[in-house]
Design a protein around this ligand. Sequence first.
Ligand code: F6P
Length: 357
Amino acid sequence: MRIGLLNGGGDCPGLNAVTHGVVGTATRLGWEVLGFRDGYEGLLAPGDYKILKVEKTEGILKLGGTILGTSNRGHFAGKVGEGGVRRIPKELMEAAFQTLRRLDVSALICVGGDGSLTTALQFHEEGFPVVGVPKTIDNDLDATATSFGFDSAVQVVTEALDRLHTTAESHRRVMVLEVMGRHAGWIALYGGIAGGASSILIPEIPFAYEKVAEAILERERLGFHSALVVVAEGAAPAGGSLVVEDAGGGGEVRLGGVGDLVAKRLAELTGKETRCTRLGHLQRGGSPTCLDRVLGMRFGVEAVKLIEEKRFGRMVSYQQYHVGSVLIEDAVRKLKLVDPEGEIVEAAKSVGICFGD
Ligand code: F6P
């Protein structure tokens, strides 16, 4: 038996841990694993792949990025613009199926986020046996409590805030940190709390500049002369719109730049020296945390089990400390967003964190 494995979407700490889990488990079952390069692009004729042997994947668990390569643009983008679903053209699907049939691949594991799993669902609907594995630093996939990559990204945000803190205090400044997360505020929320931000601006809670400025001035009155403000790239003022860096070139729009706007406006309103740092791809780079290594490996093992049990069209899912599975369609139907009235936001507010609302 031969199975295929591909990574779709942006790279993410823990992807190699999934590969380690898949190859280790499949090899013990006597199966061969073909790793397709650069996501779904590797399925185009004649097929760009390497045979993954366990000797080559032992030890990759701790490596960041992906040894297979990935793509969040190109022929098979499942989501475009601000998250609209794109139907993959029939002839493209057929070309991919032909490659898979010719290589004698009987099932495919697609590791990806919202967009890549939307493509995986279309493969399944067209009759090819597919299993999905959730991958996202943004933590925005519904039907899984979390995914590998998120913890690593939050760790980077926390460390960045720890470092910004010293400059903020030394110079009595407001330091704004713009973080990733697309349309979800999870990275900003967890990173902001862990790193001691006094304001956290997220897409789920439209903010007013005046409220954030007032919170900074109130700190000043209490004797705290510096402030850390975390801004999610998808955050926007009430009545305002998303700050888009570019249209996405055939994929989803690229967000970015709101941090600079926030810093400028806060400087005007508070009279305090305010600087902005955009953390960017540092959040996706480097080695996965222990948690993401273990989670990625467990997800890979579960994906192979789903194929063994012929439970196709399902996505590995993490719920209540247990790795199980759900239908892919349940995972991609809607994004998992921060609940503005939920317990975490309430907890943050009760220790004085301002959300600008
Ligand atoms: O979805 C992961 C993510 O890192 C988002 O947080 C971010 O908006 C986007 O990907 C950036 O994509 P790219 O690497 O194409 O700029």
